[in-house]
Design a protein. Structure first.
Length: 264
């Protein structure tokens, strides 16, 4: 079977093992069934911006042409620095977009993706965000009415926790035991009163299992910017990465908008 189209980040479903679906053009390919099998991804030397569709020689911020990177709300500063989001002041590249994406309930969480990290996301992005980061467990710390306040809480907690995922450790399946309930209780004692009002009383821990048969040992990261063909036996999927034999991985999200021929 052969499919050609622009790829998008993989869609996911929380199940016993996470289910992954690769969008390629109009097709939606269920990927779990190909674990243990030979697959081939061949870059067709064309990238289309995920916002406007125009051809671009280089992708900015995971899928945008330079023009959209400079103007699209999806690529604005508040995405990388939520505490600088100004939508609540009526300032945004696109107010309608911000009403839907910034001025909606957000959560602050702690997740374990090999190491403990703090993060924020829109409430509707749970558990998608955790799956995309390859987290094996996560707990909600706070629920806020908008992105800005979630960003302030995250920034405060960055004094105590990293906001980064160590993607190589995550892909190697390194798991340091973290007691998320205990860490959450610790956060409660750290937060100042004006932020404590958003503290979540729900102590549910979401656990996530990924479909991985074999973890890479010494990771070799593949990219269509360097290699046209990425092929081999798919040994697992974690976060937004396909894991291939011989310890190779490819970040699908990084290649949003790339025109690819997928052969199985
Ligand atoms: Zn564009």
């Amino acid at each position: 079977m052969e499919y050609i189209g622009n790829i998008e980040k993989m869609l996911t479903q929380l199940d016993d093992n996470v289910k992954y679906i690769l969008p390629i053009g109009e097709e939606r390919i269920e990927m779990n069934q190909y674990i243990g099998k030979q697959i081939s991804l061949q870059f067709q030397n064309q990238i289309n911006c995920v916002a406007c569709g125009t051809k671009t020689n280089k992708s900015f911020a995971q899928g945008f042409c330079f023009n959209c990177f400079s103007s699209a709300p999806e690529a604005s500063e508040c995405i990388l620095h939520p505490d600088k989001c100004q939508a609540h002041l009526g300032i945004s590249r696109d107010m309608q977009w911000s009403i839907n994406h910034c001025l909606t309930p957000h959560i602050v969480y702690l997740a374990n993706s090999s190491n403990i990290k703090v993060g924020i996301t829109r409430k509707t992005q749970i558990p998608t965000r955790w799956i995309d980061q390859g987290a094996t467990a996560a707990i909600i710390i706070a629920v806020t009415p908008n992105r800005h306040i979630a960003g302030i809480i995250e920034k405060y907690l960055m004094q105590y926790y990293s906001d980064k995922t160590s993607w190589q450790s995550m892909l190697k399946g390194v798991s340091n035991h973290v007691d998320l309930s205990a860490e959450k209780a610790k956060v409660k004692s750290l937060l100042p009163a004006e932020l404590l009002q958003y503290y979540s009383t729900s102590d549910d821990i979401t656990t996530i299992k990924f479909p991985v048969e074999e973890y890479p040992v010494k990771i070799k990261s593949e990219s269509f910017d360097k290699t046209q063909n990425v092929e081999g036996v798919l040994t697992g999927i974690k976060g937004q990465y396909l894991i291939l034999d011989h310890s190779r991985v490819i970040n699908i999200r990084k290649h949003r908008g790339y025109l690819v021929k997928f052969t199985i």
